[in-house]
Design a protein. Structure first.
Length: 338
């Protein structure tokens, strides 16, 4: 059995998530939002940069959560959509001098079309076979970006340098701080749209397909349309995350978007809790900070330490951060009764 098959086979089954469990409570959400707004004032630019990347990867994990947690389709190709979004922004900014903010919706539209079209041939696949098809897409993308006839636009192997924007309107803040707040606004907006999507008629169609594709079809759900739509929406959000990532890192190169990134995003979804949208940030924090912690414990055996930490998380919390949240809610309910 290949490594990809093992990842998909060992992944927890996609479970139905009640509507109220998709989000945090109002009070908790406001506290988290207040902490995210205030935090940059008290930390250095490097920490701000890390928090920006946390938001960006969280957005990419959120996109995968919509696809897998919402419609039940596994994907190991999100790095391809992330790369398309990043290169769209880089090319528009550096070759056509388009404003960085305008490149985000353009990248989203391009990736939506890309994901929707890819979803068409993927309709005949499911489970491990769909994961292998998306794995092939992620593997091929870095090589496609190196093709000679695209080198004038993509920079080939050397990549492209992206100019980080200054704060507008004469605001007295660093580039990193402005980009953090800009990313925060984008992430919050897409998060709210994602919640409303999953609570809408289309979201109910996604979940019906996830729970039982035959039963969904019998109830009149256009399975082909909604499965490809889920791919398109997930790709669009991932592309926007890639756009923000290109601006934050100030550089795009083919080798930055390998299968390792796709597996990391899949891992972040599992750790955060499949189908639980707030867990996307938790999963992103795991894939960003835990490797650094593992390297701090042992530089020579950082991979082994990371594997042990991952094993402990999956063993102790098999359903990710969502299970911790549910246990916390149950404990808070018991305390209120007492």
């Amino acid at each position: 059995m290949s490594a990809v098959e093992e990842v998909v086979t060992e992944a927890p089954a996609v479970e139905a998530v009640p509507k109220r469990a998709m989000t945090l409570g109002t009070g908790t959400s406001l506290l988290v939002l207040a902490a995210l707004i205030i935090m940059p004032i008290f930390v250095k630019n490097f920490i701000i940069f890390q928090m920006t990347m946390l938001l960006i990867y969280g957005l990419a994990v959120l996109a995968l959560n919509i696809l897998t947690g919402g419609s039940g389709q596994f994907s190991l190709g999100q790095s391809a959509f992330y790369a398309v979004g990043a290169y769209t922004t880089a090319v528009l900014m550096e070759h056509f001098e388009v404003n960085y903010a305008l490149t985000l919706p353009i990248a989203g539209i391009v990736c939506f079309g890309f994901g929707f079209l890819f979803g068409q041939p993927a309709l005949r696949l499911s489970g491990v076979y769909l994961a292998l098809a998306t794995f092939a897409l992620a593997t091929a993308m870095p090589q496609l970006l190196k093709l000679n006839f695209l080198e004038h636009w993509t920079g080939g192997v050397q990549g492209l340098v992206v100019t980080k924007p200054d704060a507008p309107f004469g605001l007295k803040m660093s580039q990193d701080m402005w980009l953090y707040y800009f990313s925060l606004v984008v992430v919050i907006g897409i998060y709210l749209l994602a919640v409303n999507l999953l609570r809408s008629r289309s979201g109910r169609a996604f979940m019906a397909i996830r729970d039982n594709e035959i039963a969904a079809s019998a109830m009149g759900v256009d399975v082909a349309l909604y499965k490809t739509l889920a791919f398109g929406v997930s790709a669009a959000i991932t592309g926007i995350a890639g756009s923000l990532g290109a601006i934050a890192v100030q550089f795009v190169a083919p080798d930055s978007y390998t299968i390792t990134l796709a597996v990391s995003l899949f891992l972040g979804m599992v750790v955060g809790g499949v189908g639980w949208l707030p867990g996307s940030i938790v999963g992103a924090a795991f894939i960003i900070f835990v490797p650094n912690i593992a390297e701090g414990i042992s530089k020579g055996l950082s991979g082994a330490v990371f594997g042990v930490l991952l094993f402990l998380v999956i063993y102790l919390v098999p359903h990710g951060a969502r299970q911790v949240a549910i246990l916390g809610q149950q404990l808070a309910g018991k305390l209120r009764k007492n």
